[in-house]
Ligand binder design. Structure first.
Ligand SMILES: NC(=O)c1ccc[n+]([C@@H]2O[C@H](COP(=O)([O-])OP(=O)(O)OC[C@H]3O[C@@H](n4cnc5c(N)ncnc54)[C@H](O)[C@@H]3O)[C@@H](O)[C@H]2O)c1
Length: 297
């Protein structure tokens, strides 16, 4: 018996790294899986059918069921084909894990508009497109009287929710995904769909070349295995997580923690009535508030 027996899941960007571990673990826990991956580089250049097909082979070799999909997650029609493929191959869709991502790190003063657009496109539009199609499918089922127990799991990052210099594009997209989870959770609950996000940390091709305080360390290598992230995602994908929605969960082999989001800090019910009065009211509030905490190692 697996914790996802009978469920059908899509994992985007599942040709390697965290997504591969998620697809394999979902399959080991009984889910049938659509393994999506465009097969490009870390920066999003190129494409290959190889990675998705390889992970499907691995799942089948372990006795699981999976099909490959190589659509670009940020292509609206492609994302529609991916959702339809799950329904055609396995008869239904219960879980959508939006994991695909790319990096184009650059200090803000040097960042090109192409570097900005490419990263925003894959992470934000690349979540919106499949979520939009899956949500329409679940709403139709709900309207037809079929109960859903469905999950959307988005992939945010500590780089977005806490901030990491050199990643205004990536961090803005990842913070956007945390907000997306909260709003989509409020909208889709009525159709039996929960929406959560994870902020993972794992050693993958995306992180293996990081330098400075984020350089991979031999003593924490085992805790940075993507399997730790996959364990949490697989539980979130299963029926036992039903009551939790709109949450962001930090996950790695070092910790599992709930990231708590924006909330109103120090404030005043007597707002300043002119620009000259703002300092006297706002500066003490700013001084009393928690300062921003950048991502630490
Ligand atoms: N590794 C970490 O520590 C870490 C930390 C925070 C967030 N993340 C996020 O986790 C996710 C997985 O990252 P990873 O570390 O496994 O890196 P990865 O590069 O191994 O995996 C990303 C996968 O997404 C695929 N992909 C990229 N663009 C795509 C597109 N348009 N359509 C379909 N597939 C596409 C790539 O081919 C790749 O296989 C990403 O969203 C990443 O931003 C990772």
């Amino acid at each position: 018996m697996g914790i996802c027996d009978g469920r059908v899941a899509i994992v985007t960007g599942a040709g390697g790294g965290i997504g591969r571990a998620e697809a394999l673990t979902l399959a080991q826990e009984g889910a049938r899986v659509v393994v999506n991956d465009l097969g490009g580089s870390v920066s999003g250049d190129g494409a290959s059918t190889g990675p998705a097909a390889q992970v499907v082979e691995e799942i089948v070799a372990l006795g699981g069921e999976a099909v490959a999909n190589t659509d670009d997650v940020a292509d609206f029609d492609g994302a529609g084909r991916m959702v339809q493929q799950a329904i055609d191959a396995f008869g239904r869709l219960d879980v959508l894990v939006c994991n695909a991502g790319i990096l184009r790190d650059r200090m803000l003063v040097n960042m090109t508009v192409e570097e900005w657009d490419a990263v925003i496109r894959v992470h934000l539009r690349g979540a919106f497109c499949p979520v939009r199609h899956a949500a329409a499918y679940w709403r139709e089922r709900s309207k037809a009287g079929d109960a859903n127990d469905a999950r959307i799991i988005l992939t945010s990052s500590t780089s977005g929710i806490y901030g990491n210099p050199g990643q205004t594009n990536y961090g803005a997209a990842k913070a956007g995904l945390a907000a997306f989870a909260i709003i989509a959770a409020a909208e889709l609950g009525r159709y039996g769909v929960t929406v959560n996000a994870i902020a993972p940390s794992a050693l993958t091709r995306m992180t293996e070349s990081l330098g400075g305080p984020f350089a991979p360390r031999e003593d924490t290598k085992a805790q940075m295995d993507p399997q730790w992230v996959a364990n949490v995602v697989t539980w979130l994908a299963g029926p036992d997580s039903r009551e939790w929605s709109g949450r962001v969960v930090e996950t790695s082999g070092l910790r599992v923690a709930v990231a708590q989001g924006w909330h109103r800090g120090p404030g005043s019910e007597s707002p300043p009535a002119s620009p000259a009065e703002v300092g006297a009211v706002l500066a003490p509030l700013l001084g009393a508030a928690d300062p921003p905490r950048l991502l630490g190692p």
